[in-house]
Design a protein around this ligand. Structure first.
Ligand code: 8YV
Length: 315
């Protein structure tokens, strides 16, 4: 049996590439000088797409592949996949839920702690000699005991909330409806009201049209000059120009961000601010989790082409 042809549209670690190549013929479109021509040349063969959460698969790509059967996403977010286009053609879609949840939550906590306590600036203070030259590092803000708001109490949001509980933070959350949670977690049905009562607001929403721009100017202003926004979800959930305006005007205290519109080419206005912590979309980026994500991509593709049930189907 010939190996099925898979279009790989973003980079994976070497261990995933070799595991995939043992079962499939990989066509690495992200390395091609002319991506459209590369895809066109293989359109009559490609039966699967292996993609990444932030890259997904848009309608143009799906339409360009008449033999496409499955899209395997290396990531939990499927907002960049055109699900309508896939559904209309009966194309299966898989993602990598659960395996990354706790790493993403850990990273959100690390961002909050680093931002509040000036960990990155403190390191620079030591390395630059400022400690010896200028003296003590400026005082920063406490985390424990503060009020945290969790915008989106899904798997990742709940893990963030449990971690915040261990830091004695008062927990409130907004979701479509109240969830089955510990008795001292408060449901707040409006994001503006959630932001107004929070010192730290975590964005843990799924991406996509339903959550686009939920963190708007009103939410950001309600969080206020001493508030901190932590986004470990998708940039689309935040009105980024309102966020930049508020940071520049000091109407928002701080933003710790792992995701950006148009990433990796983020808005240069971010770089001029000292009230941001900027991270390269790496919340799930541990060897352990990425290996588990890669295994799920492989296992979903293999199951599909073997005619077995998919381990983690979306469609
Ligand atoms: C990954 C993500 O960094 O899971 C997601 O949706 O955005 C991240 O975990 C990304 O998918 C890797 O491509």
């Amino acid at each position: 049996m010939p190996k099925p042809d898979i279009l790989q549209i973003g980079p994976y670690p070497a261990w995933d590439v070799s595991a995939l190549e043992a079962r499939f013929t990989l066509h690495r479109s992200f390395e091609a000088a002319d991506t459209a021509a590369f895809v066109r040349d293989r359109a009559d063969r490609v039966r699967g797409i292996a993609t990444r959460g932030e890259l997904g698969a848009g309608r143009d790509l799906i339409d360009a592949l008449p033999r496409l059967e499955i899209i395997a996403v290396y990531g939990v977010g499927i907002d960049a996949v055109d699900l309508d286009a896939a559904r209309a053609r009966g194309i299966r879609v898989t993602n990598t839920p659960d395996v990354l949840t706790r790493d993403v939550a850990d990273f959100g906590m690390a961002m909050m702690l680093a931002a509040a306590r000036g960990i990155v600036g403190g390191d620079a203070w030591v390395r630059s000699g400022a400690w010896a030259d200028k003296g003590l590092f400026p005082l920063r803000t406490r985390v424990h005991g503060k009020a945290v708001g969790i915008l989106g109490l899904g798997r990742i949001g709940a893990e963030v909330a449990h971690r915040c509980a261990a830091f004695d933070m008062a927990i409130a959350y907004t979701d479509l409806s109240p969830r089955d949670v510990p008795g001292d977690w408060t449901f707040v049905d409006d994001p503006v009201a959630l932001a107004a009562r929070s010192d730290v607001l975590f964005v843990t929403l799924t991406g996509g049209p339903a959550t686009r721009g939920i963190v708007d100017r009103r939410v950001i202003e309600a969080l206020g000059p001493s508030g901190m926004l932590v986004n470990i979800a998708r940039a689309s959930t935040v009105d980024e120009s309102a966020l930049l305006d508020a940071l520049e005007a000091k109407a928002l205290g701080f933003a710790a961000l792992d995701v950006f519109q148009g990433e990796p080419a983020l808005d240069p206005r971010f770089l001029a601010l000292d009230t941001v912590l900027l991270q390269p979309h790496q919340a799930s980026g541990t060897v352990e989790t990425r290996k588990a994500m890669g295994r799920l991509v492989l296992n979903n593709l293999v199951a599909h082409f073997d005619g077995r049930p998919l381990p983690t189907p979306v469609l």
